[in-house]
Each structure stands twice: as structure tokens, then as C-alpha cells.
Write a protein that binds this ligand. Structure first.
Ligand code: SF4
Length: 277
């Protein structure tokens, strides 16, 4: 029995700490005993077996985090509306980007809504000291011509993304920006795959970089930020079709609720599906 125990002890791993108490790689009991016998270490515990070296072991410095791909770059941020710019501009700035906003949204209907959203961005940009490049005018007729016969949601949205990002890419190239991106990337209501494909295609054509990142994780926070700054938050995406769709959904929901009240609990309890992006 004694012989069996003696054979097992050398196999046991011994914990090793340096003089500052930092845990090092474990060693064998045999090596631990040699270090103690040489006066280089002392036992601090037998269970679990642990020795402490009399010297400090230099540790490698933790690797510096990789800089963000936009760090130090001039970025043109296409802004669809002030609420979507809140989280997005803040996030890009935190990554070290030098951000300039860009306004071009001829899709927004009616003109009074376009002006309201533009004015909201102007006020917010002033508050956060965000420079903004404003495309003059209101190219609504061009937008309607572009989506004509492609009015289905999805199809018309691709045309809409292309129109807005094409103008943004052109301006970014003309003014020497390093990269282009868009606040549309924060919205769960937008087709991010389509935006990425269109953005990359345009960026290649104009010789700039399109920065894509799914920023939907900031969607909840963008509502908080918009409320904090008392920003106008719209209830439909922007175009005449999206306004119609949003109002139609709300009317359907209201009808369902009315019928539900008539028919008793359980019917027509679907939440209102208004657009909030
Ligand atoms: S729903 Fe929004 S993204 Fe789609 S076409 Fe209308 S404004 Fe553009």
C-alpha cells in the first residue's frame, strides 16, 4: 500500500504561483520539491499542493485591440432621419471615425414630411456638432419615375436604396471621403442584404469603401436617444406607398380590435403594427 501511494504522489500536479501570487503553469511534485530544496520556492499549501516562487515572472503584455476599420477615416454617413442618426453617429464616432452626415431622401412623402424630417436632423446635428452635407431640392418626381411599375415593397425599396446611396457615393467620391455608410443599417424594417449589395456595388463604381455593419442591436437605444433629445419620430418609412401600407395596417388592427370587443376577449388582440424605424 505504501509503495502504491509513493508511486502516485510524483504524478500529482503542483500549482505554482509567482512572488506576486499570479498563477503559472502547474509543475510536477518532483520539480516543485527541487525548487523548494534549492531555495527558489516555498510550499504554501499541501491541499491542493501549491508552491510560491520567490521571484516574479514577467508576463507578456496583453495584445492591443485591433483598431476599428473606420478608425481615423473620413466617413460620409447617409442619414435617412434624425432618430436613426442618433445611435449610428455616436457609434461610428466612438470607433474613431470622422463623421459627416449626408441628407438626400427624395423618397419621403409628402413634402411637408420631408421638410419636417430634414429640420429635425438640422436641429439634432447642431446639438451633437455633426457636420451635414445637404443635397438641395426635392427629387420626388425622379423617385416616383424610378419606382414606377416596381411598386411592390422589396422591389421598390431596392430602387430607393440605390437612388439615395448612388447620390451619397458620388458626393463621397467627389469630396474625398474614405468611406460611405448609411443609418438605414440600424432599422429592422430595412433589407440589410440588399443595402449591403447595393452599397458595395456603388462603392466599387466610385472608388470608395462602403462600410457595412448590422447595427440593429442599437435600435432600442435609438428610440431612447430620440426621446431624450425630443426628436420627431415618424410612423412610416417615407414613401407614399409606405405611408399607405402603415395606415392600412393600423386601420386593419383597429377594425380587429373593434370586432374583438364585439366578439369577446381573445379576438382582435393583435398589437398595432405602426412603423417606428
Ligand atoms: S418603404 Fe422605405 S425603403 Fe422602401 S421604397 Fe418606401 S421609403 Fe424607400
Amino acid at each position: 500500500m505504501q509503495a502504491i501511494l509513493m508511486a502516485a504522489i510524483p504524478m500529482a500536479k503542483v500549482h505554482v504561483r509567482d512572488a506576486e501570487g499570479r498563477e503559472l503553469s502547474p509543475t510536477t511534485r518532483e520539480k516543485a520539491e527541487r525548487l523548494v530544496a534549492d531555495g527558489q520556492a516555498e510550499w504554501v499549501s499541501q491541499e491542493p499542493p501549491t508552491i510560491r516562487l520567490h521571484r516574479s515572472i514577467p508576463m507578456p503584455e496583453p495584445a492591443a485591440p485591433e483598431p476599428h476599420p473606420l478608425d481615423g477615416k473620413r466617413v460620409l454617413l447617409h442619414v435617412c432621419c434624425a432618430p436613426c442618426a442618433t445611435f449610428t453617429a455616436q457609434y461610428l464616432r466612438e470607433q474613431g471615425a470622422d463623421v459627416t452626415g449626408f441628407w438626400y431622401n427624395p423618397n419621403i412623402h409628402p413634402y411637408s414630411e420631408h421638410e419636417r424630417r430634414r429640420e429635425t436632423l438640422r436641429q439634432y446635428a447642431e446639438e451633437i456638432d455633426l457636420p451635414v452635407t445637404w443635397e438641395p431640392g426635392y427629387d420626388m418626381p425622379d423617385f416616383l419615375r424610378a419606382v414606377c411599375a416596381q411598386e411592390q415593397q422589396g422591389e421598390r425599396c431596392r430602387v430607393c436604396y440605390h437612388m439615395r446611396l448612388e447620390r451619397a457615393a458620388r458626393v463621397a467620391a467627389e469630396r474625398g471621403f474614405d468611406a460611405l455608410t448609411t443609418t438605414l443599417l440600424i432599422s429592422p424594417y430595412q433589407n440589410l442584404d440588399a443595402i449591403e449589395a447595393i452599397g458595395r456595388e456603388l462603392a466599387e463604381a466610385y472608388g470608395i469603401e462602403f462600410y457595412f455593419e448590422n447595427l440593429r442591436r442599437g435600435f432600442r437605444e435609438h428610440h431612447h436617444m430620440a426621446r431624450e433629445h425630443d426628436l420627431y419620430q415618424q410612423h412610416y418609412c417615407g414613401c407614399i406607398y409606405s405611408e399607405w401600407e402603415a395606415l392600412d395596417r393600423e386601420a386593419t388592427t383597429r377594425r380587429g380590435r373593434r370586432n374583438g370587443r364585439r366578439n369577446g376577449p381573445g379576438d382582435g388582440d393583435a398589437p398595432a403594427s405602426g412603423y417606428t424605424g
